[in-house]
Structures are given as C-alpha cells and as structure tokens.
Ligand binder design. Structure first.
Ligand SMILES: *[C@@H]1O[C@H](CO)[C@@H](O)[C@H](O)[C@H]1NC(C)=O
Ligand SMILES: *[C@@H]1O[C@H](CO)[C@@H](O)[C@H](O)[C@H]1NC(C)=O
Ligand SMILES: *[C@@H]1O[C@H](CO)[C@@H](O)[C@H](O)[C@H]1NC(C)=O
Length: 335
C-alpha cells in the first residue's frame, strides 16, 4: 500500500514538471509508468517520455484505426516502451549465433510418412516451467537451453524442475560463451554435456548478472547424454516438436515489432533467417482460423517475463520460408 501511495504522489509531482509533448498522451504516460513501476530523475523523465512517445507512435501506426494491426498481429506499449532501439538491442538481444553451428546435423528419425498432430502445445501438457525474466542480461541462450533440458527431464523422470540459468551464465566461458554479454546455445549444450549436468534453479538461483562460477558438482541434476542439431527445415522442426518435445531455437528478434509484440501471429517483412540473435524455446505449433487458410504458427516461449506478448509467449509465422530463422539453430538434448 505504501509503495502505491508513494508512486502515485511521485507521478503527480512529475507530471507538472515534465515538458508536455502531446497532452493527449499525458494520461497514458502516467498510466504506463504506474503499470510498469517506472520512476526517473527529473532530467531523465523528459528524455524517457520522448522515447516513449516515439514508440507509442510506431505502435499506433502499426495497430491502425481499427486496432487490428498489420501483418496479422498487434503491438502494445510494454515495459520496454522507454528504451531506444540501441538500448534495447544491447541489453535484450544477443550477437548473431555462429554460422558454423547452424543446423546441418543428421536427423536420425525418419519423418517421411508419419502424420504429425495438427497442433501441439507442450505447456498444456505440463512440460514447460513458468515464464521467467532475463532482466538486464543477454542470457536468452541459457533460458532456451534450460527449457529444452527441463522438458526432456520431465519426460524421463516425470518431475518438472526449473534448472539454473545462472549456472550457464557463470560457467560456460571455456565453451565460448560470455555471460551476460553473449552466448550460443551450442556452447551451452556443450557445457552441460561435459560438465556432467546442471544445477537446479533452487541451488543456483538466477541473479541476472555475471558472477564467478560457483557450481557444485554434487548439486548437478540435469545430466544429458548428447544433443542433436536439427537440419534447417521447418518440417523437421515440426516433427521434432511433435515427437520429442520443446526444442531450443534462435530467431531474429531485433525488430521493434518483436519488442512490442502483443498478440496474433507475428510476421515481420524485414526479418532475417541469417541474423539470428535471440534464443527462445519452441513449445508447440498450430493454426488460427480455418486450417486451409494457412495461418500456421510456432508457439515460442520467451524470457522477457509474463507481461510480454501472450503471457510471455509468442505465435510466430510457420511455413513461411523459415521466418526469422526459427529452424536455423534448432537443437534438443538427449537424456
Ligand atoms: C498452451 O497451453 C497453455 C496452458 O494450458 C495455455 O495457457 C495457452 O493458451 C496454450 N496456447 C495455445 C496457443 O494454445
Ligand atoms: C524494413 O527495412 C527498411 C530498410 O532498412 C526500412 O526502411 C523499413 O522501415 C523497415 N520496415 C519495417 C516494417 O521495419
Ligand atoms: C474451411 O474452408 C473450407 C474450404 O474453403 C470450407 O469448405 C470449410 O467449410 C471451412 N471451414 C470452416 C469452419 O469455416
């Protein structure tokens, strides 16, 4: 109660001091700040409000008069609304995944004549831990990998145990990762494989900043026997999601449209399948409307908290030429 009062007073104090841009947006700015618990110094407030105003404009243009959005999805002003493009990319988006780790592995199961379900949702089946928040740390690659291992462990042991992202952030340097600055899902799987497992979130909790490696081999619980990098194909990815479980993957998430995604099937004309910078978990697929319309999507789990997108998830275009590189860096562990 106290913090609410304080915030309300703070907001009132600021609104009279901050320069007014478009007065019609003032109320929205105040509401947005309350919703996302933002507070700034007086000097910063003016600058943040301006950035926010520009982002608002972009979003309103995208959503249009009818509020339905272009390209089949809508955008919303979320907690990233006060960040510039550069700020956002440097804290939330990684560096491109290494091309030589790109999917070209051999698919061991024959998907030839198997008919896969029309839709799959592993979250519904209880194979996916709650959505988390990477915070001010480029650890998406680690969330992607722990998500894929968590699912295989539940398949094997019947227990859903959140695994330690921090363990990967702090300890996979010698595999080529760089803590909160950058990382690669391939290197992270290598670490888990050679380290003999990974700790649980409970014994090595997330801090959202890089620290010294403090892993205790006695606490390692998630051993893997190997990992498979899938060939770059959406059909193969579909087969893997249907028959194996959630799959670790990377996508081009560098566009503002991704940052402010709200709902619908994400489709970004400027998306690249080569500039793959963000690790996510593919937890299913499906279609909207009539099946014959071809509005197919992948269901992905992000690590930007539950307030982003569809409760932390996104539907992204499926069967549209490997949109945003979804099938380019797909991997899963064997346990
Ligand atoms: C997937 O399952 C979860 C949990 O039941 C549900 O909240 C979510 O809406 C489902 N997503 C889709 C796209 O069906
Ligand atoms: C796509 O990229 C072009 C060239 O960089 C840019 O002018 C345009 O605004 C971008 N479109 C979207 C929807 O981001
Ligand atoms: C879906 O489309 C097909 C072919 O156009 C049509 O025959 C069918 O009635 C449609 N189904 C629904 C539920 O709209």
């Amino acid at each position: 109660m106290k913090s609410v009062l304080f915030l309300a007073m703070f907001c009132l104090g600021v609104s009279s001091a901050a320069p007014t841009l478009d007065p019609r947006l003032d109320a929205e700015w105040q509401i947005w700040k309350m919703k996302y618990e933002k507070s700034y110094s007086l000097e910063e407030e003016a600058m943040r409000k301006e950035v926010w105003g520009k982002n608002m404009e972009l979003i309103k243009n995208h959503n249009g008069e009818n509020g339905l959005g272009k390209n089949g999805y809508t955008m919303e002003i979320n907690e990233f609304g006060d960040m510039t493009d550069d700020e956002f990319k440097s804290t939330m988006i990684g560096s491109p995944m290494r091309t030589h780790h790109r999917g070209k592995g051999i698919w061991k199961r024959d998907v030839g004549n198997v008919v896969f379900p029309k839709s799959v949702n592993w979250t519904e089946k209880g194979y996916v831990t709650p959505v988390r928040k990477q915070g001010n740390c480029n650890s998406c690659w680690a969330f992607s990998v722990t998500g894929a291992i968590e699912a295989q462990i539940i398949r094997k042991l019947g227990k859903l145990t959140p695994l330690s992202v921090q363990n990967l952030v702090d300890c996979s340097k010698s595999q080529g990762n760089n803590g909160c600055l950058s990382g690669d899902t391939y290197n992270a799987f290598q670490y888990v494989l050679h380290n003999g497992g990974l700790e649980a979130e409970a014994t090595y909790p997330y801090e959202g900043r890089e620290g010294p490696c403090r892993s205790n081999p006695q606490n390692s619980i998630a051993e893997i026997t190997g990992f498979v990098s899938l060939p770059e194909s959406e059909d193969i990815l579909m087969g893997a999601v249907a028959s194996i479980g959630p799959i670790s993957a990377g996508i081009d998430a560098s566009h503002s449209s991704f940052r402010f995604y709200n709902k619908g099937i994400y489709h970004e004309p400027n998306c690249s399948s080569d500039y793959v910078t963000h690790g996510i978990l593919v937890v299913g697929y499906g279609f909207e409307g009539n099946e014959t319309d071809g509005n197919n999507y992948w269901l992905i789990k992000n690590s930007w908290g539950k307030k982003w997108g569809l409760g932390g998830y996104m539907k992204i275009a499926k069967d549209k030429n490997n949109h945003c590189g979804i099938a380019s860096f797909a991997r899963y562990p064997t346990v």
